[in-house]
Design a protein around this ligand. Structure first.
Ligand code: FPP
Length: 252
């Protein structure tokens, strides 16, 4: 029996290993290593991103099938604008294509897509496609897939602070009443549980401004695998490893 079958019997639609109560609700992914994957093969970096986007599509389908509720993928950070324009164009075109073909890309799944990040900096085509696809998938009850796009944790927090300041200036909120729960309502991730597990591929051990408020008690998994080589089996192993961890949230 393969590992995938051990954890989740896709045909029977049930868990075959006892990870009851230990299935993460929310997994975050930092899909690193597209460029290195391509360079090692003597290919242009754009081919690495293309391969990475195919991996992402497979992993999204897998996560939906195994009943994961939330998956957030860091597809473009506020710092990624520092890359060469050609590479930025490749990434934006991949995203545009994915959203333009969402009906086909998501066929057979029950995935709901949402985008978190600063949408104002994005191309007119992306700003057209994002509301279309969010509307198209809004009644889907399977995996909630978030693309963190032009996203940075610090800019998300600053955005929340500015909105709270506006509300305070308009007397809609009293600064004394601001609690953690109220603050979180101003984040892009309002109504989304904090990530239980964050996976970063390709050997880098840093968090790079990803969900910095939300990840204070997340479990991390750093893998050497380059993102295009990441498989459903790696995801199953990650979930299995997570299920064995002892989370204490600062307690004993
Ligand atoms: C990091 O690898 C990866 C990115 C900055 C982009 C992630 C994008 C995808 C996985 C594709 C998204 C596509 C769709 C259709 C949603 P890197 O370029 O930093 O790799 P390197 O560190 O080896 O140079």
């Amino acid at each position: 029996m393969s590992l995938l079958d051990v954890i989740f019997n896709l045909k029977a639609g049930k868990y075959t290993e006892d990870i009851s109560g230990k299935m993460p609700a929310h997994i975050g992914i930092i899909p690193d290593g597209n460029g290195r994957w391509a360079s090692r093969r003597g290919l242009p970096r754009s081919m690495g991103h293309r391969a990475g986007s195919n991996t992402l599509k497979r992993i999204v389908t897998y996560c939906d099938r195994i009943g994961l509720k939330y998956l957030t993928v860091y597809v473009f950070s506020t710092e990624n604008w520092d890359r060469p324009q050609e590479e930025i164009n490749t990434l934006m075109k991949l995203l545009e294509g994915y959203l333009q073909n969402a009906e086909k890309e998501l066929a057979g799944t029950n995935v709901r897509i949402r985008i978190i990040g600063d949408l104002e900096g994005l191309s007119p085509e992306l700003r057209k496609q994002i509301p279309r696809v969010e509307e198209l998938t809004k009644n889907n009850s399977g995996l909630n897939l978030f693309f963190a796009l032009n996203y940075g944790g610090r800019s998300e927090i600053l955005h929340a602070v500015r909105e709270i300041a506006d509300d305070a200036a308009a007397s809609k909120i009293n600064p004394k009443d601001i609690t953690k729960e109220i603050f979180e309502k101003y984040l892009y991730t309002k109504d989304v549980p904090d990530p239980d597990l964050i996976i970063r591929t390709s050997g880098e051990m840093r968090t790079s401004n990803f969900l910095i408020w939300q990840s204070v008690y997340s479990e991390y998994l750093f893998l050497n695998t380059r993102w295009p080589d990441f498989t459903e089996r790696d995801m199953a192993e990650a979930i299995r490893g997570y299920a064995k961890r002892n989370r204490r949230y600062g307690g004993i």
